[in-house]
Design a binder for this molecule. Structure first.
Ligand SMILES: C[S@@+](CC[C@H](N)C(=O)[O-])C[C@H]1O[C@@H](n2cnc3c(N)ncnc32)[C@H](O)[C@@H]1O
Length: 403
C-alpha cells in the first residue's frame, strides 16, 4: 500500500509538472486527467495505509479465505445465494420459508459467517454503548449481563443455544473462571470447525466446545445442563416453542434460561408500507423465516413450562449513549468502516466485488452476498431508529424445581 501511494504520488506530481511545462513528457497529452487519477489513487492508497484497520488489505484477505472455504467445502457461492434469495421472492410465504428453515439458516451462515467475523468480530450480536465504553467492551458487558442471570458456579455445565463461532462462549468461559464448563450448539459446520479451533487457540478446549446440531432437536440427554443462554439466535426458528422445549428438556429443574430475543415492537405499523418493506429486508438480510412479537415469544416460553421471571427491551435502557444499530449507520467519513453503508460506498463495493469476481479473485456470487448484507443493514437501521423492532429484548425463564 505504501508502494501504491508512492507510485500514485510520483505520477501525479509528474503529470502536474508536465502541465506547467516544468518538464516535457510527450506521451502526456491529457496531463490533468492523468494527474487527477493518479492523485486520487495516491490519496486513496495513503488513506488506506493511514486507516487503523487497513480495509483494502483486510478485504483481500477476506476474499481469499472465502475462496478457499468455497473450494474446500465445494459449496458454490453463486448457486447458494440464488437459492437463498429465491426463498424471499414475493411468491414465497412464511410457511414455505418455515418448512425450509434449517437449510435456509445453514446456507445463510455458510455465506455470511466469514463476513461477520471480518466486519464484527467473533461475537455475532449487537450491544449498545455506555459512556466511555469501546465497542468490544460493550459486546462483552452484554454477554456477562445475560450470563449473570444463570448464577453459574463450581462444576456447572452451561449451554449456548445458537453459538455462532463461539465468541460469547469463550468470553464467558474466561469471565466465569476455570470451574464452569460450556457447550455451544450451532447448525452450521463451518462455525463448529472455526469455533473449536478458536477454543484450542485460546487454551480453553478442555472446558469449551462447539457441536453441530439443530437446536429444535438437540443431541443432549434430559436434564444435563445447569443453565442455558441464547444470544440473537432463537429468531431463526419458525416457532420458538420448538427451541424453548428443547432447552427446557435439557435443563435441570430449578435452572435458568436467559435469552436476547429479536422481536417486533408495538411501534411497528403493518399498514405502513415502509415499515413492512424494511422488516422484510431484516428477514431476508438476516436469514429469518418469520417474525414474532415479545408477547408471542413469552407465551411460547410459558407454553413449554418455563416461569418467565424477567423481561425488558434493553434497546430502551436510559444510560446508553450509542444505540445498538449505530455500527450499521452510514457515514461520509472515508476512514470509517461505516463509509460502505452510504450510497457511494455501497455502489463502489458492489462493483468492485463484481470486477474481482470477473478476475476470479472472489468467488462468483460474492457481490450478491454483500448486497444481501446491505439489505440487512438498511432494514436494521430503519427499524432501530424507529424502534419498530429490537434485537435485545431480554427474557429470563426458570424451569420449576418440581418439574
Ligand atoms: C446471529 S447468530 C448469533 C451467534 C452467537 N449467539 C453470537 O452472539 O455470536 C445466530 C446463530 O444461531 C444459529 N442457529 C440458527 N438456527 C439454528 C438451529 N436451528 N439450530 C442450531 N443453531 C442455529 C446460527 O447457526 C448462528 O450461529
Amino acid at each position: 500500500m505504501d508502494f501504491l501511494a508512492t507510485v500514485g504520488g510520483v505520477a501525479a506530481l509528474g503529470a502536474a509538472a508536465h502541465k506547467y511545462e516544468l518538464v516535457e513528457i510527450p506521451q502526456l497529452e491529457h496531463a490533468w486527467k492523468v494527474a487527477a487519477v493518479a492523485g486520487v489513487a495516491a490519496v486513496g492508497a495513503a488513506l488506506q495505509t493511514a486507516a487503523e484497520f487497513n480495509p483494502l488489505a483486510r478485504s483481500m484477505q477476506l476474499l481469499s479465505t472465502f475462496q478457499s472455504i468455497e473450494s474446500s467445502t465445494q459449496a458454490d457461492v453463486s448457486s447458494s445465494i440464488d437459492a437463498y434469495n429465491s426463498l424471499y421472492d414475493e411468491t414465497k410465504t412464511d410457511d414455505e420459508r418455515n418448512q425450509a428453515y434449517s437449510s435456509l439458516v445453514d446456507s445463510y451462515y455458510n455465506l455470511v459467517t466469514l463476513f461477520y467475523e471480518w466486519g464484527w468480530g467473533s461475537s455475532f450480536h449487537f450491544a449498545y454503548r455506555m459512556l466511555g465504553e469501546s465497542f468490544s467492551e460493550s459486546i462483552r458487558r452484554h454477554e456477562y449481563y445475560l450470563m449473570s442471570f444463570l448464577g453459574a458456579g463450581k462444576g456447572d455445565r452451561v449451554l449456548d443455544v445458537g453459538c455462532g463461532i463461539g465468541g460469547p462462549l469463550t468470553n464467558i468461559a474466561r469471565f466465569e473462571g476455570p470451574e464452569v464448563d460450556l457447550t455451544g450448539i450451532t447448525i452450521n459446520q463451518h462455525q463448529v470447525s472455526r469455533g473449536n479451533t478458536r477454543c484450542k487457540q485460546l487454551g480453553l478446549s478442555h472446558r469449551c466446545r462447539l457441536v453441530r446440531g439443530d437446536f429444535t432437536q438437540m443431541p443432549f440427554k434430559d436434564a444435563v445442563f445447569d443453565g442455558a443462554y441464547s444470544i440473537e439466535a432463537t429468531c431463526h426458528a419458525p416457532d420458538r416453542r420448538t427451541v424453548f422445549s428443547e432447552v427446557y428438556r435439557t435443563l435441570k429443574p430449578g435452572s435458568y434460561f436467559a435469552s436476547y430475543e429479536w422481536v417486533i415492537t408495538e411501534n411497528h405499523d403493518p399498514n405502513n408500507a415502509k415499515d413492512v418493506d424494511m422488516l422484510h429486508k431484516v428477514m431476508q438480510g438476516d436469514g429469518l423465516p418469520s417474525l414474532n412479537t415479545i408477547e408471542e415469544v413469552k407465551e411460547a416460553m410459558r407454553d413449554v413450562g418455563f416461569e418467565v421471571v424477567m423481561d425488558r427491551d434493553m434497546a430502551k435502557d436510559p444510560e446508553q449513549v450509542v444505540p445498538w444499530y449505530q455500527p450499521l449507520q452510514s457515514t461520509w467519513n472515508p476512514l470509517s468502516f461505516r463509509f460502505q453503508f452510504n450510497w457511494l460506498g455501497r455502489t463502489v463495493m458492489s462493483n468492485l466485488l463484481r470486477v474481482l469476481e470477473l478476475f476470479w479473485l472472489a468467488p462468483a456470487g460474492t457481490a450478491r452476498v454483500q448486497d444481501m448484507l446491505q439489505l440487512a443493514a438498511q432494514g436494521l437501521v430503519y427499524c432501530g431508529e424507529r424502534q419498530t423492532f429490537t434485537v435485545m429484548h431480554i427474557l429470563v425463564g426458570r424451569k420449576p424445581l418440581d418439574a
